[in-house]
Structures are given as C-alpha cells and as structure tokens.
Design a protein around this ligand. Structure first.
Ligand code: FES
Length: 65
C-alpha cells in the first residue's frame, strides 16, 4: 500500500527502513517519504513507532534460552 503519494513510497519500504532503525529524518533523506507535503508524516511516524514497540517487547536472546 502506498503511504507517501508524493514520492510513491509503500508501507513495505517504510517497514524495511524501520527495521534498519531509521528515524523520520533518515526516511525523508532516503526514500523521501514525508519530505514534500508532509501529509504522510503521521503514518510514517506510526510505522516507525510500531517497529520500536515491537523491538522493545521482543524477548532478548538470553531471555529466550
Ligand atoms: S504524501 Fe508524503 S510527502 Fe506528501
């Protein structure tokens, strides 16, 4: 699904950026989502935030053993 219509950036691209630990500024410099009209910024932030929550709630390797 396209999230940033100004630059044609999909949710998959944004989730990949989130897994790399990119910030909104990184995303704006990289795939450029959020760097034009800013209309997609709430969705971009939400996708990046979801990844942080997922990473923080995941058991650490030593806790899984
Ligand atoms: S919709 Fe993403 S910058 Fe305009």
């Amino acid at each position: 699904m396209i999230i940033c219509h100004c630059h044609g950036v999909s949710d998959r691209e944004l989730r990949a950026a989130a897994r790399r630990g990119e910030s909104c500024a990184d995303v704006a410099r990289g795939c450029r989502a959020g760097s034009a009209c800013h209309g997609c910024l709430p969705a971009v932030r939400e996708i990046l935030r979801e990844n942080v929550v997922r990473e923080l709630s995941r058991p650490k390797l030593e806790e899984r053993q």
